[in-house]
Design a protein around this ligand. Structure first.
Ligand code: PEP
Ligand code: MN
Length: 360
């Protein structure tokens, strides 16, 4: 069990997949919509010469009913045809054991578990049972919620079923935080995964983190700064007409130009520079959280000020202030923070809050 947890039976990427400048590039449409759309997109991807695996959604998990749910079984022969034409191995998302069975029966080369599947250990186990003894490579997206153990648990279940070609995909988390991104990257989670399972290849899905093509380049840059080993990018020959995730899909040509500008693995920074870059990136993300929390706290202060004004209450209420300080200082102590520092910080916060309540 110890060896499963450290991931030391995982086959290194370069031993079984061609890489582009040391990176694994998985690309393809969010969903297969028609044979023509799949073929047009895949041909353009093959022409870039950068892509190692064609991704394609055959059964689409939709949050609400009534939306396009993929072409299902009908599209599996289209994948076989385009694979024969382009030479690109194909990867399909599986969400149920029978999806995995269909993939095995139709020569699909790799499967992946989506974020809504990794979250469910029962389903992961059922899928693991189907691929047991087959050597089917499996990519495992992080679960929707920021739970590292659940992600590791899905990887372990696949390893215990005998899978050795395993790749983790970081696609961000649903945290309820409002942001320009669709999913909160929480970069420290894939970093912690890599620390716990150093042999496990971890790639980034900037499409589902960004949720909008505009933010994909900056998400890719961050993933590269963290030394992720590749990218899964949603591409469509006509993104504006895509039936799923139209905002975040990009054309193969756009993908090519983004990847062309990346530093290759060989040119990546030395170990110390990389460690520093990784830590700084995590600090930047925490500072962003801090600022967002401050902004929402002052919005509440403003509302408190209005309620006090309406009811003729004083802005400064010493009893509440004393209670608040005592409570926060004891919480700070429990977190191992320096209470002198926190007291000074609370004082500043209090002064600003009083000003905001007064209509600043
Ligand atoms: C997808 O890859 O199209 C998908 C549904 O992604 P996720 O599981 O990351 O939401
Ligand atoms: Mn998608």
């Amino acid at each position: 069990m110890a060896s499963v947890t450290s991931g030391d039976h995982i086959v290194p990427l370069a031993e079984w997949l061609p890489l582009h400048k040391g990176l694994l590039i998985v690309a393809g449409p969010c969903s297969v919509e028609s044979q023509q759309q799949l073929a047009a997109t895949a041909r353009q991807l093959a022409d870039t010469g950068m892509v190692s695996v064609l991704r394609a959604g055959v059964w689409k998990p939709r949050s609400q009913p009534g939306h396009f749910e993929g072409r299902g079984d009908e599209s599996l022969p289209w994948l076989r045809d385009i694979k024969a034409e382009t030479g690109l191995p194909v990867a399909v998302e599986v969400a149920r054991p029978n999806h995995a069975e269909r993939c095995l029966a139709h020569d699909v080369d790799m499967i992946w578990l989506g974020a809504r599947t990794t979250v469910n250990p029962f389903m992961v186990q059922e899928i693991a049972r189907v691929i047991s003894g087959t050597d089917m490579p499996v990519m495992i997206k992080n679960p929707v919620c920021p739970d590292l153990r659940l992600w590791i648990g899905a990887i372990e279940r696949m390893m215990l079923a005998g899978a050795r070609k395993i790749i983790a995909i970081h696609r961000g988390f649903q945290t309820g935080r409002t942001s320009i991104y669709r999913n909160d990257p929480m970069w420290d989670i894939p970093v912690a995964l890599k620390q716990k399972m150093p042999e496990l290849p971890v790639i980034c899905d900037p499409s589902h983190i960004a949720g909008d093509a505009r933010w994909i380049p900056e998400v890719i840059a961050k993933a590269m700064a963290l030394n992720m080993q590749g990218l899964m990018i949603e591409t469509h020959h006509k993104p504006g007409e895509a039936l799923t995730d139209p905002l975040q899909q990009i054309t193969p040509a756009e993908m090519k130009s983004m990847i062309q500008h990346l530093p290759g693995k060989a040119e990546a920074q030395n170990a110390a520079a990389h460690q520093l870059a990784s830590l700084r990136q995590q600090i930047d993300e925490k500072d962003q959280y801090l600022l967002e929390i401050l902004a929402s706290r002052f919005t509440l202060s403003r509302q408190v000020g209005m309620v006090k004004k309406q009811h003729g209450e004083a802005i400064i209420q010493p009893g509440r202030q004393k209670e608040l300080f005592q409570d926060r200082l004891s919480r700070a102590e429990a977190l191992g923070l320096d209470t002198d520092f926190v007291e000074r910080f609370l004082m500043l916060l209090h002064e600003e809050s009083v000003a905001v309540q007064g209509g600043k």
